[in-house]
Ligand binder design. Structure first.
Ligand code: 5GP
Length: 113
């Protein structure tokens, strides 16, 4: 089922887009949990990490490569950042379209609460 992220992909609702190509979109989170909080998503609708298939391997790899590119472009690559993918209820997933959170710009605690 489509989510709010499909509406962002289709430009039906606005987002602060930081990267886009044919397969990937990255935009700032509406409720940032760090000075830099960006979501990297595939344009393909994949609800959860549990739904990733072998055929998606390259696409999922591109999420990491895009995150790396954004970190360098926004100049927090050397200082550091965290990549997070939440899955289902216990993981804290609220939007059922897989997305990689990039969190940066402050010292992040570990483990998460
Ligand atoms: P999750 O909790 O599923 O891992 O992450 C979903 C994220 O999407 C949350 O951090 C939430 O703030 C963000 N989000 C939800 N709706 C919107 C929206 O309409 N626009 C943007 N930019 N972010 C959204």
């Amino acid at each position: 089922m489509s989510t709010i992220f499909t509406k962002i992909i289709q430009k039906e609702i606005p987002a602060d887009i930081v990267y886009e190509d044919d397969e990937i979109l990255a935009f700032r989170d509406i409720s940032p949990q760090a000075p830099e909080h960006i979501l990297v998503i595939p344009k393909k609708e994949i609800p959860t990490v549990n739904d990733i298939e072998d055929a998606d391997a390259i696409l999922v790899g591109k999420l990491f490569l895009t995150a790396k590119k954004i970190a360098k472009e926004l100049a927090f690559d050397e200082k550091g950042y965290r990549l997070v993918m939440n899955c289902n209820e216990d993981g804290g997933q609220t939007v059922n379209h897989i997305h990689m959170h990039i969190l940066a710009g402050r010292q992040l605690s570990w483990p998460p609460g």
